[in-house]
Design a protein around this ligand. Structure first.
Ligand code: UD1
Ligand code: UDP
Length: 371
């Protein structure tokens, strides 16, 4: 089987790491990086730390408006897909790279498989929701992380080709979790890779206090709205613990554009994005995570850290239902209150499978697409 996998943004590298490793045991994979994320700290570091193979094609698309970025990806992807003539195209998540890949595969009548199908936040003002729905409706094979996601698909009339393998991000996390050597003295080798065996030393570039809150913010809905961004800055600033925020470049740009940089840095330690290994280690040690990320909500759940979500809706609804995650939007008071009261967690339900999602996905592809 020849699988053409499309990635382009940070969360997709984390997801593809698990599937690519399984896939390459018995099959050919053509890996395409659209170039949506291009800074080393948003891209190269994940390939290095997670031992993801060098992409066969790097499209170098970069940043632009949604239309220009998605269109350029489609033009480049069409060329690569026609040339590779794969048995199936595999896309991940909900970014513009996902949608571009989905549209190209479907227009070329090549079977399309979507990892993380069926997630819905119900908020169509977010580009990710549009990307998810459109991708699912183009897909032949839909890998839903949860039964709730499968139900969402059913409600939209999609029943064929749906399986529930669990969450591939859990696979990746489990592969690194038990080998993280956070703290101690040997924290000087950022080049350690997942495939080199033994323990992984985390290159810790940030000095964090014993008790701290880990924050991430990057959603357009938050960064492009000065009122929401100010609410988040004030909420994080008012919480009773030191806050460390590895900042996406769009957040740094927005804080400067809206004259919020000084106000933010008065009380929040803003640092560059950190690599996956450091990040996971920070999630594990944090008192609480405050985030508008999709993936980080689940990583907090996996690592037994309470989560406060800086959004009005989430596609990972079961973490909220289970009492492990609180939706607080961008209201300063609610953010500070939720962080202050985050503490004891209820019993942990089994929500996202057992860390074998990648092999289940590969077995399904073999069955449905061929050996
Ligand atoms: C994208 C995804 C989002 C995902 C996020 C993961 C879409 C619509 N959004 O958002 O779903 O949660 O990735 O982090 O696909 N930039 C850099 N360096 C880079 C990449 C981007 O400085 O390497 C800056 C540019 O100014 C760019 C801005 O960040 O305009 C936004 O980048 P873009 O890829 O369009 O969206 P993200 O916010 O990263
Ligand atoms: N991440 C990281 N370093 C950071 C911030 C995030 O390694 O400084 C990882 C994090 O572990 C998660 C992934 O990036 O797995 C999620 O990316 P992001 O929050 O940007 O995207 P989303 O999940 O919201 O689409």
């Amino acid at each position: 089987m020849n699988v053409l996998s499309i990635v382009g943004a940070r969360p997709q590298f984390v997801k593809a790491a698990a599937v690519s490793r399984q896939l390459r045991e018995d099959h050919d994979e053509t890996l395409v990086h659209t170039g949506q994320h291009y800074d080393a700290e948003l891209s190269d570091v994940f390939f290095e730390e997670l031992a993801i193979p060098e992409p066969d094609h790097h499209l170098g698309v970069g940043s632009d408006s949604h239309a220009a970025q998605t269109a350029e990806m489609m033009v480049e992807l069409e060329r690569v897909v026609l040339d590779a003539s794969p048995d199936v195209v595999l896309v991940y998540g909900d970014t513009n790279s996902t949608l571009a890949g989905a549209l190209v595969a479907s227009k070329e009548s090549i079977p399309l498989a979507h990892v993380e199908a069926g997630l819905r936040s119900g908020d169509f003002s977010m580009p990710e929701e549009v990307n998810r729905v459109l991708t699912d409706h183009c897909s032949d094979l839909l890998f839903a992380p949860t039964t709730a996601a499968r139900k969402n698909l059913e409600c939209e009339g999609i029943v064929e080709g749906v399986t529930v393998p669990g969450d591939v991000m859990y696979d990746t996390l489990l592969q690194v979790r038990d080998r993280l050597d956070d703290g101690g003295d040997g924290i000087d080798d950022a080049g350690d890779r997942l495939d080199e065996g033994g323990r992984i030393d985390v290159h810790e570039t940030i000095d964090v206090p014993d008790e701290f809150v880990l924050a991430t913010v990057h959603r357009a809905k938050n960064t492009d709205d000065p009122d929401r961004l100010a609410g988040i800055v004030d909420g994080l600033g008012d919480c009773p613990y030191p806050v460390v925020l590895p900042a996406h470049p769009r957040t740094v740009a927005a804080l400067r554009e809206f004259d919020l940089w000084e106000r933010a840095t008065e009380s929040v330690e803003i640092v560059d994005p950190v690599g996956y290994l450091s990040f996971v280690s920070l999630v594990e040690r944090a008192r609480c995570v405050a985030t508008d990320s999709g993936g980080v909500q689940k990583e907090a759940f996996y690592l037994d850290t309470p989560c406060v979500t800086l959004r009005d809706t989430t596609e990972w609804t079961e973490t909220v239902d289970a009492g492990w995650n609180r939706l607080v939007g961008a209201d300063a008071e609610q953010i500070a209150d939720a962080i202050r009261s985050a503490g004891d967690l209820p019993p942990k339900p089994d929500l996202y499978g057992n860390g074998t999602a990648a092999s289940r996905i590969v077995r399904t592809l073999e069955r449905e697409v061929g050996q």
